[in-house]
Design a protein around this ligand. Structure first.
Ligand SMILES: Nc1ncnc2c1ncn2[C@@H]1O[C@H](COP(=O)(O)OP(=O)(O)OP(=O)(O)O)[C@@H](O)[C@H]1O
Length: 367
């Protein structure tokens, strides 16, 4: 997947940009707060129909403006594709592929595969289990269309059961309808997550070992109530207790992905550099996994080198400048590592300066 051209109007602090991009490495250089992450977020938006940072869509519109617009011109396995997203304040956003509006945005997810590595990923380790489930859901739904629909169905059944619990309904037959649905859809989600992780975990470990030069042992372990057996039986057995609590305490909405360094939880004992290595390895494994689908994902690397020692930086530079990845967008506040990547890569590259939302091509890259 190659984004050849990107046009931006009024997206966060970027008033206007029209960029011809390299099919290899695109480096964005600028001081703090200049708009590098915003630029990557525009690329992210065109893949996921939403920002990776702002939950409220209108916050992506440049202050004091009325709308934002993004246009991306892609090459998807040799076929040109044009994506458009426009949002006016207080109106529904429009998202179009080749000038035709999507009726459901979920139909677009996965069409432009993309992996983002960003400082905000630290929530994956430090945050609650919902962060890790979100990660699993995001990756799996990019290659498995049914997954998202099954998850939506599960969540609807869960919401219905929770409503019964809140109303303190006692009639068993009313619960059974929703519990059977939760068990059915929950099992399907569990099987998808388990199958995905079986393939994913060894690749993650391989990346971690490569970057850390094999100095640490890391583990990922999937935990789910469904591993204990039939979910409908479990739900029936906890119904009285759940009614007192007012919510459902069993099911795949409580699944977790335990992250360990040696025998201990990563979030408690991992250093900042180890945490960063863990996250980079997770995301690169995600890339590898999506890549198997046949369309190489776009890779966004935001401020990736912060907190890493020289050995780990060197390993990542080697990885990034090699042949393993397709089109890459990378940001940094200084040139040191970007120059190293540029020196080592055999791929084509563009270098841009980002200054107060203005993005200009640094012409030395054409020399
Ligand atoms: N809706 C918006 N309208 C105008 N400016 C915005 C909007 N949303 C965010 N900004 C501005 O964007 C800037 C942050 O940009 P960004 O996060 O891209 O910086 P960065 O170059 O990645 O910096 P760093 O190196 O610190 O990560 C802030 O100055 C913020 O005020």
């Amino acid at each position: 997947m190659i984004l050849n051209r990107l046009s931006i109007l009024n997206f966060k602090n970027i008033a206007q940009a029209d960029l011809e991009l390299s099919s290899g490495i695109n480096c964005f250089l600028g001081n703090n707060g200049m708009g590098k992450t915003n630029l990557l977020d525009a690329v992210y938006y065109l893949s996921f129909c939403k920002s990776s940072t702002n939950v409220i869509d209108s916050q992506n519109i440049k202050h004091e403006e009325n709308f934002f617009m993004l246009q991306g011109y892609y090459d998807r396995d040799g076929v040109p594709e044009e994506l458009y997203c426009g949002l006016k304040r207080k109106q529904k956003k429009q998202f179009k592929r080749n000038k035709k509006e999507y009726s459901r945005l979920s139909d677009h997810i996965g069409f432009v595969p993309l992996v983002l590595v960003s400082p905000a990923d630290s929530e994956l380790i430090r945050g609650g289990s919902d962060e890790r489930r979100k990660f699993l859901d995001l990756v799996i739904s990019q290659f498995d269309k049914d997954y998202l629909n099954t998850l939506i169905r599960y969540n609807k059944a869960l919401a219905q059961r929770n409503a019964l619990l809140k109303d303190e309904v006692t009639e068993a037959s009313l619960y059974e309808i929703w519990e059977e649905q939760m068990a059915l859809y929950g099992l399907s989600i569990y099987n998808s997550r388990k199958a995905f992780l079986q393939e994913f975990i060894p690749v993650f470990q391989e990346f971690y070992n490569y970057i850390s030069i094999g100095s640490e042992e890391v583990k990922l372990e999937y935990t789910s109530d469904i591993a204990q057996g039939d979910l409908s039986k479990q739900l029936a057995s906890v119904r009285d207790r759940d009614r007192i609590l007012g919510y459902t305490t069993r099911g795949i909405h409580r699944d977790d992905l335990e992250m360990r360094l040696g025998e201990y939880p990563m979030k408690r004992i991992g250093s900042q550099g180890q945490n960063k290595t863990f996250l980079v390895a997770l995301k690169l494994a995600q890339f590898d996994f999506l890549n198997k689908n046949g369309t190489t994902p776009i890779l966004l690397l935001d401020d990736i080198f912060d907190k890493l020692d020289a050995h780990r930086v060197e390993r990542i530079i080697k990885l990034v400048s090699g042949e393993r990845f397709g089109q890459i967008f990378i940001t940094d506040t200084n040139r040191k590592y970007l120059d190293e990547i540029i020196k080592q890569t055999g791929n084509s590259y563009h270098l841009y300066n980002v200054n107060n939302g203005n993005i200009t091509r640094n012409k030395e890259d054409a020399l």
